[in-house]
Design a binder for this molecule. Structure first.
Ligand SMILES: N[C@@H](CCC(=O)N[C@@H](CS)C(=O)NCC(=O)O)C(=O)O
Length: 211
């Protein structure tokens, strides 16, 4: 499998964690999201993913999957161990809720393409963009903090899709200097995950394209 990734992309980071947890070997192809206007916009990558975003996962058959959550659930289907969703339907819904709070509510508002758009089109200054970023992380993390009871992972004793989404978002929050002191449960779940090699290996600074 070939993973089209960028070291700082938190959506690609999710898929790297899932591939590592499953022990599935993959080749990493770096798509630089800012150099020369963004290599994701080159015709050869656009042909693979018309949405021009990472991650994209190319299967040995040549089929290309996009969207981190769809890719991760595909990996869970083809390699069931360790499961990334609980067996119980109610527990699964709870895990998906946390994962989607990150992937569908926080991340899309703070994505590179959105930050670039508000900066370039609406001419907002960097402090305003940073305030926007902080606002949406704090908004989402406040709700997640109220909903979880790490034991030690976000949704219990097993690593789940919720951890896979939360850890990259915590990494980004720290990089953008969002204060995390009001989120001790999120910080604890992140610390528990970070003890696992699958998470450490997926970290942005451990990627071949890290800068
Ligand atoms: N919902 C998508 C989000 C993918 C996404 O937006 N990726 C960002 C990097 S984290 C990207 O490729 N951005 C391209 C750009 O900013 O032009 C997923 O979960 O895969």
């Amino acid at each position: 499998m070939k993973l089209y990734s960028y070291f700082r992309s938190s959506a690609a980071y999710r898929v790297r964690i899932a591939l590592n947890l499953k022990g599935l070997p993959y080749e990493m192809v770096s798509i630089h999201l800012t150099k020369d206007g963004g290599h994701q916009r080159k015709p050869e990558f656009r042909a693979l993913n018309p949405q021009m975003r990472v991650p994209a996962l190319e299967l040995p058959s040549g089929e290309v999957l996009t969207q981190s959550l769809a890719i991760i659930e595909y990996l869970d289907d083809i390699e069931p161990e360790p499961p990334l969703l609980p067996a119980d339907a109610l527990d699964r819904a709870k895990v998906r809720a946390i994962a989607q709070m990150v992937a569908c509510d926080i991340h899309p508002l703070n994505n590179l393409i959105v930050l670039q758009y508000i900066k370039r089109t609406f001419k907002h200054e960097q402090p305003e963009i940073d305030a926007w970023y902080h606002h949406w992380v704090i908004d989402g993390f406040t709700a997640i903090e109220a909903m979880i009871a790490p034991a030690p992972y976000t949704c219990g004793a097993q690593v789940t899709l919720a951890d896979i989404c939360l850890v990259p978002q915590v990494f980004n929050a720290r990089r953008l200097k969002v204060p995390l002191d009001k989120f001790p449960k999120i910080v604890a779940a992140d610390a528990a995950c970070m003890k696992l090699p699958a998470f450490g290996k997926a970290r942005p600074e451990n990627q071949q394209d890290a800068e």
